[in-house]
Write a protein that binds this ligand. Structure first.
Ligand code: PMV
Length: 347
């Protein structure tokens, strides 16, 4: 039977984390480390998954058991992506939440779609799931695009985004979908949840340096921590979100005009606001200090906080010094290409 491989990029949040969950814009860039999924249709009603990067090997279950029983952590996103594709595109059931409505385009299809009896999937990552580059969302996108291609459903990017975002929400319960947008569309995006605005910012690259803290962060835990703070102190948190939203608008202008000095200052301001939200950690504070002391335009944590990565923007001639500054603070520099292509068929 025919096979298809799709890859999708990881992501880094540049500006606007947390506030984006509450309706403010953010800016995200797709990174060169990619996730891959190879999909093959089977003529028996079985779901098979090999995902060695997340310690899933020889995982198998009947197609009618998708989404039920204990799903191993590493299999969740792929399994739920297949289940959602079956239910929403092949069987054409109602899609909730609202954001997944356009998936209805696949309703009632026959032909190859009807022949999706079983499926075998292998995923492979070019990056550690520890970095917080969004491996779960990227693999969800890869799987949905691959099944869409191999069955001839030919969902467009919007429908792939909606179905992948629904899958992430089914599992995580919350999230803005910025990571799904980066995986589908690639590039650098100005994004408003739930995909209300997905606007590519046309730039070839960004002089970004990425430092990994060595600490694994749990996004949902951090989001919950912030929402607890908002319950205790609603006005303060609302003001922070509004200020972050304003910074994002300014950052958009600075990115488009390649005004790295201003962009660096905006990164520093965004970092201060994230500190006020209580999501920075000492390790980040030191790495950021190291990067700035070595001549970076600016630096901030990237993502939910509590761990994963920080980013710095650096003049070309200071690149090595900034990397050394991050390393001296105990960080690990990760070579990353920013603003890369979105999900694509590999063969
Ligand atoms: O931790 P990450 O890299 O997945 O980023 C989370 C960003 C948040 O704004 C906190 C959540 C979200 O879904 O936008």
């Amino acid at each position: 039977m025919k096979k298809i491989t799709v890859s999708a990029p990881g992501k880094l949040m540049l500006f606007g984390e947390h506030a984006v969950v509450y309706g403010r814009p953010c800016i995200v860039t797709a990174v060169g480390q990619r996730m891959r999924a190879t999909v093959e249709l089977l003529d028996k009603p079985v779901f098979e998954l090999e995902a060695p990067d997340v310690k899933v090997t020889g995982y198998k279950k009947p197609m009618d058991q998708l989404g039920v029983d204990d799903i191993p952590k590493g299999a969740k996103f792929v399994e739920m992506a297949v289940k959602n594709f079956m239910e929403n595109v092949i069987l054409g059931n109602e899609v909730t939440p609202e954001s997944a409505r356009s998936v209805d385009s696949g309703r009632g299809r026959h032909g190859d779609l009807a022949r999706m009896t079983g499926i075998s999937i292998t995923t492979q990552s070019e990056f550690s799931s520890q970095f917080g580059f969004g491996s779960s969302s990227a693999s969800t996108v890869c799987v949905i695009k691959a099944i869409s291609e191999i069955t001839g459903a030919n969902l467009d990017n919007r429908a792939i985004f909606d179905l992948a975002y629904k899958t992430v929400l089914d599992i995580q319960g919350k999230g803005s979908g910025f990571d799904v947008a980066a995986a589908v569309y690639g590039g650098t995006l100005y994004y408003i949840t739930p995909g209300k605005t997905i606007e590519p910012l046309n730039i070839e690259s960004l002089p970004l340096i990425v430092g990994y803290s060595g600490i694994k962060a749990d996004t949902v835990t951090l989001m919950n921590q912030v929402s607890e703070l908002a319950q205790e102190n609603p006005q303060m948190v609302e003001d922070i979100y509004n200020n972050i939203g304003k910074l994002v608008e300014q950052a958009k202008v600075a990115i488009l005009s390649k005004d790295w000095t201003t962009l660096g200052e905006l990164m520093n301001s965004n970092q201060k606001l994230l500190e006020n939200l209580g999501v920075s950690i000492e390790k980040f504070d030191n790495m950021i200090l190291g990067a700035k002391a070595a001549g970076a335009y600016g630096a901030k944590l990237s993502g939910a906080g509590g761990g994963d990565c920080m980013i710095a923007l650096s003049p070309e001639e200071k690149t090595q010094a900034v990397k050394d500054g991050i390393t001296s603070a105990g960080g690990q520099v990760i070579e990353v290409e920013a603003s890369v292509q979105g999900a694509r068929i590999e063969d």
